[in-house]
Design a protein. Structure first.
Length: 136
């Protein structure tokens, strides 16, 4: 007899960015995108869901080991209609990650498709160096 599993799906609320080091220049809410992080021996993969964002409206910066993702969304409204009711809030996306020294920061790659950002963060090659000792 097959065992029936009771699977519960939790509805996730969009979490709004409350505080930031820098003031926002856009007068619309910003949300924290949901992210999955995978790791292999060679790299870390980061996959962020940012509905409404395309490759032309995403900005990724790396400064002082902090990787910051900003995705900008322009709401689409059908011409001739006004919004009567909304169950989904539209806004930008913003999230930051502190990178360890294990990441090769010069070779990070990003791809965007259908509102999903894929970041490939290769790990740096471990360096072993022999230090020569000289007499004083």
């Amino acid at each position: 007899m097959a065992e029936e599993k009771n699977i519960q799906v939790q509805e996730g609320q969009k979490q709004e960015v409350v505080e930031s080091e820098a003031e926002r220049t856009r007068a619309k809410p910003a949300f924290i995108p949901r992210v999955d992080i995978y790791e292999t021996n060679d790299a870390v993969a980061l996959i962020a869901d940012m509905p409404g964002v395309d490759e032309n409206s995403v900005d990724i910066t790396l400064e002082k080991n902090v990787l910051t993702i900003n995705g900008y969304v322009e709401p689409e409204r059908p011409e001739g209609y006004s919004l009567a009711y909304a169950e989904y809030r539209v806004g930008d996306y913003q999230r930051s990650f502190t990178l360890s020294s294990e990441i090769d920061q010069e070779n990070i790659e990003a791809k965007m498709k259908d509102g999903v950002l894929h970041l490939h963060l290769p790990k740096a090659e471990p360096t072993t160096k022999k230090i020569a000792v000289q007499s004083a």
